[in-house]
Design a protein around this ligand. Structure first.
Ligand code: AP5
Length: 209
C-alpha cells in the first residue's frame, strides 16, 4: 500500500487482512512498538518520527527482512508504509528475489491534500488496543475514551499540524518516486481514496482483480 500520510493505507491494509487472512506488515506500527518497548531501535526511531522525517533506510530494510522471514509471510503479505524510498523499493525487489517471491501489486491510494490534513489532525489512537477514532468523522461515544476497550485515546506525536506538513513534503520528495518504480514494473494500481473506508475498500479489491 502506497500513499501519503493519512491516505488510508493502514485502514485498507487492515480490511484486506480481515478479508484475505494475509499478514498486515506496517513499518510505522513496528517502529511505534519498538518505541513503546523502549528498545535502542525505538529510541533512535523516535527522533525521526517526531520530526516527520524518514527513519534511515538500513534500519527499516533490516526490520522488514526479518519480518518477511517469518513463516506466516511465506504465502503472501500486505506491506503498509514500505517501501518509502526508491532504495527501499530496490532492496525489497532483491529480498523477494532471494526468496523466490515477487510483488504482485502496488496499490497507490490517491487523496487530495486538504483531506489528508483533516484526517490526520483529527485522528486519535487508543493507547491500549491501537483502535483508531476521529474527532469529527468517527467520534467516540465518550470523548477521549476508546469505544472498543475503554482505553485512553491519544493523538500521535507526528499528527500535529506542523509535523503533518513536513511528512507531506517528505512524501512528495522521497516516496512519490516509488510510484514510478512500480509503474515501470507494471504492478501499479492507482485507486481513489475518497469516500467511506468501505467504498475505498471495494475499489482496492476490484483493482487487485
Ligand atoms: P506510518 O505509520 O506508516 O505513517 P504514514 O505513512 O504517515 O501513514 P499514516 O499512518 O499517518 O496514514 P495511513 O495512510 O495509514 O492512514 P490511516 O489508515 O491511518 O509511519 C510513521 C513514521 O514512521 C514515518 O513518518 C517515518 O518516520 C517512519 N516510517 C515508517 N515506515 C518507514 C519507512 N519505510 N522508511 C522510513 N521511515 C518509516 O488513516 C488516517 C486517518 O484517516 C484515520 O483517522 C482514519 O480513521 C481516517 N480514514 C481512513 N480512511 C478514511 C476514509 N476513506 N474516509 C475518512 N477518513 C478515513
Amino acid at each position: 500500500m502506497i500513499g501519503p500520510p493519512g491516505a488510508g493505507k493502514g485502514t485498507q491494509a487492515k480490511l484486506l487482512h480481515e478479508r484475505f487472512g494475509v499478514p498486515h506488515i506496517s513499518t510505522g506500527d513496528m517502529l511505534r512498538e519498538a518505541q513503546r518497548n523502549g528498545s535502542l531501535l525505538g529510541q533512535e526511531a523516535k527522533r525521526y518520527i517526531a520530526a516527520g522525517r524518514l527513519v534511515p533506510d538500513d534500519v527499516v530494510i533490516g526490520l522488514v527482512d526479518v519480518r518477511l522471514a517469518r513463516p506466516d509471510a511465506a504465502p503472501g503479505f500486505i506491506l503498509d508504509g514500505f517501501p518509502r524510498t526508491v532504495h527501499q523499493a530496490e532492496e525489497l525487489d532483491r529480498m523477494l528475489a532471494r526468496r523466490g517471491q515477487r510483488l504482485r501489486a502496488a496499490v497507490s491510494i490517491v487523496v487530495p491534500e486538504d483531506e489528508l490534513v483533516r484526517r490526520l489532525a483529527g485522528r486519535r489512537v487508543c493507547r491500549s488496543c491501537g483502535a483508531m477514532a476521529h474527532v469529527v468523522f468517527d467520534p467516540p461515544a465518550t470523548p477521549g475514551v476508546c469505544d472498543r476497550c475503554g482505553g485512553e485515546l491519544e493523538q500521535r506525536e507526528d499528527d500535529r499540524e506542523d509535523t503533518i506538513r513536513r511528512r507531506l513534503e517528505v512524501y512528495a520528495q522521497e516516496t512519490a518516486p516509488v510510484i514510478d518504480h512500480y509503474r515501470r514494473m507494471s504492478v501499479l494500481r492507482e485507486t481513489a481514496g475518497v469516500g467511506t473506508p468501505e467504498e475505498v475498500f471495494e475499489r482496492v479489491v476490484a483493482s487487485l482483480g
